[in-house]
Design a protein around this ligand. Structure first.
Ligand code: NDP
Length: 439
């Protein structure tokens, strides 16, 4: 057997994406060395130098070659190149394996579905997706999940659920679903790394990914002072002024969290009212009174300035007291100005990961959220394609809570179980009829 390449991962304390990177290599049985840069300036400088100026963790190296952070590592995993670099590719191509039930996603919805489907003896194969563990792995403290009066960290909750799902026979596999062919039964499910499965039923619980603004400077500076995960990257910009964009719970939670490190945290929100719940608004206002947060309402970012070497230098902001200033750029009341900050965090919601279901006949809305049956009684998670079910943030653009995702996950597994039983009954009566016709 060929020797395993040397894998090194620079990590920091409280870093969900570092955990994801480690989980990915663990799942492949690959050993790695970790260097925790938290509180170690020398090691941090070493990481920045080796990572060509990037200041985010994790930074992954394979045989001294810079792979990059979690996004870059996940992208290589998606194409199968990571396995090539790790010497894990075997000749002979992939064989098609049949599964009764495939669950897309290991967030709260997918894992709850896996627990129920495992207990229902449907031996689910759970495909982790490009954000294993889902959005909750980016949350430090989940205080409203029933059953944990002291709260529980997002990663702990997810890991507990993974363990529970495995105990009931679920198999978790790293990978990303590229496409589903619903013109054939069983469904043909192709992964981005080339693996192919067939499945009698599919539960889409592939969640949603962080939204970005598509403004100048964004692509260049993502990972170099611009981030979508304050808990991952906040500590790298100690004593800087930081800007959080958004007005929902995530923006308020991230801004509050960042006060631990920032000189001042600024929140830029595009209108007058916050979308966030009162609990978070109150916490932010406490910090405003303490002089740690400043709020800029009716304000949007139109450009991020800086360089990969020096990070974010400043941003261009526009402000108009009627709100949504980027829709009013020609309005003489719109005020454009430059604003110095050392780091920018987007917390502007998410886009559902449903592209792999395009062409299947599953109905989606303009943003890509799946339409399910809903309503009362059974079958609430059915999509328009019999055998494909939807649960969690791929369906729910409104509640988006861990506990509602769990509820939908359990419903999807129960709906899928009923579907699979009907299918089995139909197949066995077709066999009986065929046998009778032969006699
Ligand atoms: P939300 O969709 O709730 O909020 C997104 C925010 O970003 C909104 O204020 C929105 O503005 C703003 N926004 C969206 N697009 C743009 C844009 N193009 N330019 C400028 N601003 C933009 O997403 P969240 O991620 O905050 O929350 C999602 C769900 O997760 C919610 O249900 C929330 O309750 C939950 N959550 C709970 C937490 C907790 O309690 N611990 C922590 C984090 C999230 P506008 O308001 O004008 O639409």
């Amino acid at each position: 057997m060929s020797e395993q390449p040397r894998v090194e991962i620079y990590t920091k304390t409280q870093c969900p994406y570092c955990d994801k990177a480690k989980d990915l290599f663990d799942s492949k049985g690959i050993e790695y060395e970790t260097y925790n840069v938290t509180g170690d300036d020398e090691l941090f400088e070493e990481m920045v130098e080796r990572a060509e100026g990037r200041k985010t963790a994790p930074e992954v190296f394979i045989d001294d070659e810079l792979i990059g952070g979690w996004d870059e590592t996940a992208a290589l995993e998606e194409t199968g190149e990571l396995d090539e670099k790790l010497g894990l590719v075997t000749d002979g191509g992939s064989e098609t394996e049949h599964r009764k039930l495939i669950i897309a996603g290991t967030g709260i919805a997918g894992l709850t579905a896996a627990i129920y489907a495992g207990r229902g003896d449907n031996q689910p194969l759970v495909i982790e997706g490009d954000e294993p563990g889902g959005q909750l792995t980016l949350t430090t403290d989940v205080a409203n999940y029933p059953g944990f009066p002291e709260g529980i960290s997002g990663p702990d909750l997810v890991n507990n659920m993974k363990e529970q799902a495995k105990q009931f026979g679920a198999e978790l596999k790293n990978g990303i679903i590229e496409s589903v062919d619903a013109d054939q039964r069983p469904f043909r499910v192709e992964l981005t790394n080339g693996d192919v499965y067939t499945a009698d039923a599919i539960i889409a619980a592939s969640g949603a990914s962080a939204r970005t603004l598509g403004i100048p400077g964004e692509d260049e500076l993502m990972g170099y002072g611009l981030s979508t995960c304050a808990t991952c990257d906040g500590a790298f910009f100690r004593d800087e002024d930081m800007l959080v964009v958004g007005g929902g719970d995530a923006a308020m939670e991230e801004a509050t969290f960042l006060t631990k490190f920032a000189d001042t945290v600024y929140i830029a929100h595009r209108r007058e009212e916050f979308r966030a719940e009162q609990y978070w608004i109150d916490r932010v206002h406490e910090k405003v009174e303490e002089g740690e947060i400043e709020i800029m309402k009716n304000t949007e970012v139109t450009e991020i300035h800086g360089s990969q070497e020096a990070g974010v230098d400043h941003v261009t902001l526009v402000e108009n007291e009627q709100g949504h200033p980027t829709d009013r750029l020609d309005d003489p009341e719109t005020n454009e100005f430059e604003f110095d900050v050392g780091a920018v965090f987007f917390a502007i919601g998410h886009t559902p990961n449903t592209a792999y279901l395009e062409g299947t006949g599953v109905t989606m809305d303009d943003e890509g959220y799946l339409r399910t049956q809903g309503g009362d009684g059974g079958g609430q998670t059915e999509t328009d394609v019999p055998g494909i079910f939807g649960a969690g943030d791929v369906v729910d653009y409104h509640y988006q809570q861990a506990v509602t995702a769990a509820g939908m996950g359990s419903k999807a597994a129960l709906d899928a179980d009923e579907y699979l039983e009907d299918l089995e009954r139909a197949e066995s009566s077709a066999e009986t009829e065929a046998a009778a016709a032969d006699d």
